[in-house]
Design a protein around this ligand. Structure first.
Ligand SMILES: Cc1ncc(COP(=O)(O)O)c(C=O)c1O
Length: 538
C-alpha cells in the first residue's frame, strides 16, 4: 500500500490551487473538504496526509468519508473475492450493538466468550473431531492468522521431536511442503518463522494444485508438515488431503518420519462439510493435526473472523499458550493479536444458529448450481475454455456420488469458483488482444473479475476467476454472461488499429445509455461539453 501519490501528481495538484494573497494558516496545504462541504459546515480545512489541527464536525467527516467510499467497487459485484459481503439485517444489528466489545475482555463480556467457545466446539465437531480426543481452537482474524498459528505449532512439535532424538534443529533447519499454488499467507508463515518453504511445482496434470507424488519426494526428516489446501485460491480445486495422508503413511512406514498435515481450509472448511460431506479431508484422517478456515468466507460471516482448531490439546505445544492473570481471571491466550473485535464472532454465531447445517448445505448447493451454469455457458462457447471442474461429473465410485444431476454429489468436488480463459482458437484468431483487457472492460460495467497468472511453472497461463458466493444470484450470472460475451464480440470486431480505450469508451457509453436513456453520445455533444476522459490501463 503506497503512502503517497507520485511526487509529480502531488506538485501538479499543489500548483493548481488558488493562491490567496494573505496566506491563512488554516487554509494552507490540502483543504480536503474546502471544495465540498467546507462552506456548509464552516469547519477547518483538513490536510491530506498530516494530523488535522482542529478536526471537523462529525456530520462533515461522515459525508466526506461516505463520498470517498463511492470510489470503491460494489462488494456484491466483487466476484474476485472469497469473502462474504452480505448478512441479514438482524446480523447487521447485532454487529452494530456489539461493535465496542473486545473479545479479549473475557471477564467483562462473558456471554461473548461463551459464543466463542460454542463456535469453536461446533466447528471441531463439524470437522469430525474424534470423541476420544480433546480439540482446542480459537477465533482468529482470518485464515492467515490461523495458518501462522498452525505452522508455529508444527514447528515447535518438530523441534521437540528432534531435540528428544538429540538431533540438530538449526542445520539444515526445518522445512514445510506446499504446492506452488499456495496463498501468500502460507509462504508468509515460512518466511516470518524461518522455515524453508518447499514449493511443489504444479502442472495441468496436477490440476494446478499439489502434486502428491512430487510432494512426497520433497519430504525429509526435517519436514515439519505439509500444508494441504482445501480450495485452491487460483482455481477452486480441492487438493487431495486423503492421498497426501496415504503418501505420508507410506513414508512413515518406510523411513520412520511422522509428518503431520495442516489443512488450509480457508474456503473449503466451511463448504465441503455441507455439500461434500463424504469427502475425507478433516480430523477423520489421523494425520490431520490442525485445520484453519475463514469464517468470513463460506462461514458466511462478515470480514474479520477465522478459526483454527487442533485435533487435540497435545498438538498445540504448551509454550505457545499464555496464561493471562490481569484481566480479572485466568485466561488462556494463543493468538497473535491480543485485542480483537467481538462483533465478527457474534455474527459467526448468528449464522450458525440461523442457518444450521441444512441452511449452509442449501446455500452451498445453490452456489454450485449457479457456478455450473456459468461454467457450462463458458465451456459451451467457442470463445472460452474452463479450467475449474465443478461442472464435470464425478465417477460413481467417488465417495458421496449421487445420481441426481441437480446435486453437488453428482459432480467433482470443489469450491463454487469458475476459472476460465480465452480459448486457444479465439486467441489464435485475435493474437493482438490481451486477456487482461477483459478485466478492465468488465470493470467499466461494474463487475470485478480478476485476471491473473497461474502459479510459477504454469505462469504463462492467465485465468479469469469468478467466485460464486451466496449473493451471486442466477440473474447476476445471466447478466455477467451477457456482458462478457458482448465484450468479447466487441473485441473480436475490433480492427488492429483500435485499442482497448476505444472499446472501453464504447462500453461505458452503453452502460450510461442503459442507466440514462436520454444520454447524448459524446460525439453528438456540443463543442466545449467535454466528456470525462477514461484512463484504462492496457
Ligand atoms: C487458500 C487460502 N488460504 C488462505 C487465505 C487467506 O485467508 P484470509 O484472507 O482469511 O486471511 C486465502 C484467501 O483467499 C485462501 O484462498
Amino acid at each position: 500500500m503506497s503512502l503517497q501519490h507520485p511526487a509529480n501528481v502531488e506538485s501538479l495538484i499543489e500548483a493548481s490551487r488558488d493562491k490567496p494573497k494573505h496566506h491563512h494558516k488554516e487554509r494552507s496545504g490540502r483543504g480536503l473538504q474546502a471544495a465540498s462541504y467546507g462552506a456548509r459546515y464552516t469547519t477547518q480545512d483538513l490536510p491530506r496526509d498530516k494530523f488535522p489541527e482542529q478536526g471537523c464536525e462529525a456530520e462533515a467527516a461522515y459525508q466526506l468519508i461516505h463520498d470517498m467510499t463511492d470510489l470503491d467497487g460494489r462488494p456484491n459485484l466483487n466476484l474476485a473475492s472469497f469473502v462474504h459481503t452480505w448478512m441479514p439485517p438482524q446480523a447487521d444489528k447485532l454487529m452494530a450493538e456489539n461493535v465496542g466489545k473486545n473479545l479479549i475482555d473475557e471477564d467483562e463480556y462473558p456471554a461473548t466468550v461463551d459464543m466463542h467457545h460454542r463456535c469453536t466446539s461446533m466447528i471441531a465437531k463439524l470437522w469430525h473431531a474424534h470423541p476420544d480426543e480433546t480439540p482446542i481452537g480459537t477465533a482468529t482474524t482470518g485464515s492467515s492468522e490461523g495458518i501462522l498459528l498452525g505452522g508455529m505449532a508444527l514447528k515447535r512439535a518438530w523441534q521437540a521431536k528432534m531435540k528428544a532424538k538429540g538431533k540438530n534443529i538449526y542445520e539444515p533447519g526445518p522445512n514445510i511442503i506446499m504446492g506452488a499454488n499456495a496463498q501468500v499467507c502460507l509462504e508468509k508463515f515460512a518466511r516470518y518463522f524461518e522455515v524453508e518453504a518447499r514449493l511443489v511445482p504444479v502442472s495441468e496434470e496436477s490440476r494446478y494444485c499439489l502434486d502428491i507424488k512430487k510432494a512426497a519426494e520433497m519430504c525429509d526428516e526435517n519436514t515439519i508438515g505439509v500444508f494441504v489446501i482445501l480450495g485452491s485460491t487460483y482455481t477452486g480445486h480441492y487438493e487431495s488431503v486423503k492421498e497426501m495422508s496415504d503418501a505420508l503413511d507410506k513414508i512413515e512406514k518406510e523411513k520412520g518420519w511422522d509428518i503431520p498435515i495442516h489443512v488450509d481450509g480457508a474456503s473449503g472448511g466451511f463448504f465441503a462439510p455441507f455439500v461434500h460431506p463424504k469427502l475425507e479431508w478433516d480430523f477423520r484422517l489421523p494425520r490431520v493435526k490442525s485445520i484453519q478456515s475463514s469464517g468470513h468466507k463460506f462461514g458466511l460471516a462478515y470480514v474479520g473472523v477465522g478459526w483454527v482448531v487442533w485435533r487435540d490439546h497435545k498438538y498445540l505445544p504448551k509454550e505457545l499458550i499464555f496464561e493471562l492473570h490481569y484481566l480479572g481471571s485466568v485466561e488462556l491466550s494463543f493468538s497473535l493479536n491480543f485485542s480483537r473485535p467481538a462483533a465478527p464472532i457474534i455474527a459467526q454465531f448468528f449464522s450458525f444458529l440461523h442457518l444450521g447445517f441444512e441452511g449452509y448445505r442449501r446455500i452451498g448447493e445453490g452456489d454450485l448450481v449457479n457456478a455450473r451454469i456459468l461454467s457450462r455457458a463458458l465451456e459451451g462457447s467457442t470463445e472460452f475454455k474452463v479450467l475449474s471442474e465443478i461442472h464435470h461429473e464425478a465417477s460413481p465410485n467417488d465417495p458421496g456420488y449421487v445420481e441426481d444431476e441437480t446435486k453437488a454429489g453428482h459432480y467433482k468436488p470443489g469450491l463454487p469458483v469458475v476459472a476460465f480463459q480465452l480459448s486457444p482458437e479465439w486467441k489464435k484468431k485475435n493474437p493482438y488482444i490481451q486477456q487482461k483487457w477483459l478485466q478492465t472492460l468488465l470493470r467499466v460495467k461494474g463487475w470485478i473479475v480478476p485476471n491473473y497468472e497461474l502459479p510459477p511453472s504454469v505462469e504463462k497461463e492467465e485465468v479469469l476467476r469468478v467466485v460464486v458466493r451466496e449473493s451471486m444470484s442466477e440473474d447476476l450470472v445471466d447478466l455477467l454472461l451477457r456482458d462478457l460475451f458482448a465484450i468479447v464480440k466487441e473485441l473480436d470486431s475490433m480492427d488492429d488499429s483500435e485499442n482497448i480505450a476505444t472499446v472501453a469508451h464504447r462500453s461505458q457509453q452503453a452502460v450510461q445509455k442503459q442507466a440514462n436513456p436520454k444520454h447524448v453520445p459524446h460525439h453528438k455533444k456540443a463543442k466545449g461539453d467535454k466528456a470525462k476522459s477514461l484512463s484504462v490501463p492496457c
